[in-house]
Design a protein around this ligand. Structure first.
Ligand code: AMP
Length: 402
């Protein structure tokens, strides 16, 4: 009987999931990918197999009472029915914030859950939603082991100086430090660097996670030594709807002079800024590309995105003391050839010599043989979570046996 793991990524009205099958020492294999959308309004459930063919779909009509709890019980039942003969061995969760305590995945129990709840103010728009399914399963199906995997964990071992803000020491002691996010994505990239080029795993690499959320990570020998994201998931690069780095004075101006409430200011910075805010049109790069030729605001949003990426790469190169390679990943990094080309053009000073044809073909390596290399590496955050679930659950079993 092969163990089956479910990996969950919960948002405010959605629940994305993947079902993995574990087999011995090999990487867990994904068997289904799916999601619930419209939770709390008009729920919709869709599952596809590994090849992308739909295998299940359900609609519930307007039902405000159908939330995460109902979605989870439907999913657990569905998984058990569809992997008949296989045990649902554990559930893994993407959790945005592990605070200063967690530099790796953790098996959830009551005290872990309480610690994670205390971190909700640090990521108010993500953490409560990430924890909700953990709480529900902990209450309704305590026999299923749950493993929390954090977006901050990969950055916890950065040099102290990379984590510090120049704030009074009491604030640092309270945990007001640079955490960095997208750690599960960076951890995946780090784990596959050697399979692209063994020199990459030993070198100085800037990884550009460019999706709806966006950040850079400076990796030395596969470990994070700096990141553009800081205390919250707002810092660094402009994103789909998030502002990226702004002068903190802007926030005082919003509160004091514009007389916005904290919630209104927060909503603007998290959901109305970035590509959407600058373009006034969309947070989606594909839409902006379509409009850019005749819409100067769409053009400006893309130009600012590229400019900020290139500037922040400079900061990462300085932290690394040089650069051997840049890796593009996530929705925009993996698919938008123009963003990659424009970023590399701005990085000519660092010696990058792009291979335009390779970039157009979405090849893995998109630079010439000379100079630092640029790569496209698709990320896989869910696989990282499944690997963690497998190792935490296997270690637990070994402990019980000894
Ligand atoms: P992610 O958050 O990683 O799913 O990335 C979402 C972003 O990737 C959105 O801005 C999409 O417009 C962008 N994206 C996805 N596919 C493409 C594509 N083929 N070309 C350009 N951008 C894309």
């Amino acid at each position: 009987m092969k163990p089956v793991y479910v990996v969950l990524n919960a948002g405010s009205s959605s629940l994305k999931f993947q079902v993995f099958e574990a087999s011995g020492r090999e990487d867990p294999r994904v068997v289904y990918r799916g999601l619930f959308e419209g939770l709390g309004s008009a729920p919709h459930f869709l599952v596809k197999d590994r090849a992308g063919a739909p295998v299940a779909e359900a609609h519930w009509g307007i039902d405000e009472r159908f939330g995460h709890e109902e979605a989870l019980s439907h999913l657990v039942k569905w998984t058990r029915e569809h992997r008949a003969g296989h045990a649902l061995a554990a559930v893994g969760h993407r959790v945005v914030h592990g605070g200063t305590a967690y530099a790796g995945p953790v098996l959830v129990n009551e005290s872990v859950l309480q610690r994670l709840e205390k971190l909700e103010p640090l990521a108010p728009l993500h953490q409560p939603h990430n924890l909700e399914p953990i709480r529900i399963l902990h209450r309704r199906a305590p026999e299923i082991p749950q493993v929390a995997c954090f977006d901050t964990a990969f950055h916890r071992n950065q040099p102290e100086i990379a984590q510090l803000f120049a704030l009074p020491r009491e604030m640092t002691r309270k945990g007001v430090v640079r955490y960095g996010f997208h750690g599960l994505s960076y951890e995946y990239i780090s784990s596959v660097l050697a399979s692209y080029d063994p020199k990459l795993a030993e070198g100085r690499v800037v990884v550009a996670h460019l999706g709806n959320g966006a950040s850079l990570c400076a990796m030395s020998r596969g470990a994070s030594i700096a990141s553009t994201m800081g205390f919250s998931a707002l810092d660094g690069l402009p994103m789909g709807t998030r502002c990226g780095a702004v002068d903190p004075g802007v926030v005082f101006y919003m509160l004091r002079d514009m007389k916005l409430s904290t919630e209104e200011a927060e909503r603007i910075l998290y959901t109305k800024s970035g590509l959407l805010g600058v373009s006034g049109l969309s947070n989606d790069m594909r839409t902006l590309r379509q409009h850019a030729p005749h819409d100067p605001d769409a053009r400006r949003a893309i130009d600012l995105f590229v400019y900020r990426i290139a500037r922040e790469v400079g900061s990462m190169v300085s932290a690394l003391g040089g650069i051997d390679a840049i890796v593009f990943t996530a929705g925009i990094g993996e698919n938008d050839r123009q963003t990659r080309a424009d970023v590399l053009a701005r990085l000519a000073w660092a010696g990058f010599e792009p291979d335009a044809a390779a970039n157009d073909r979405n090849d893995a390596r998109i630079t010439q043989e000379r100079g630092p290399a640029a790569w496209i590496i698709p990320t896989n955050e869910e696989l990282v979570i499944a690997r963690h679930v497998h190792s935490v659950v296997s270690a637990g079993k070994r402990q019980l046996a000894s």
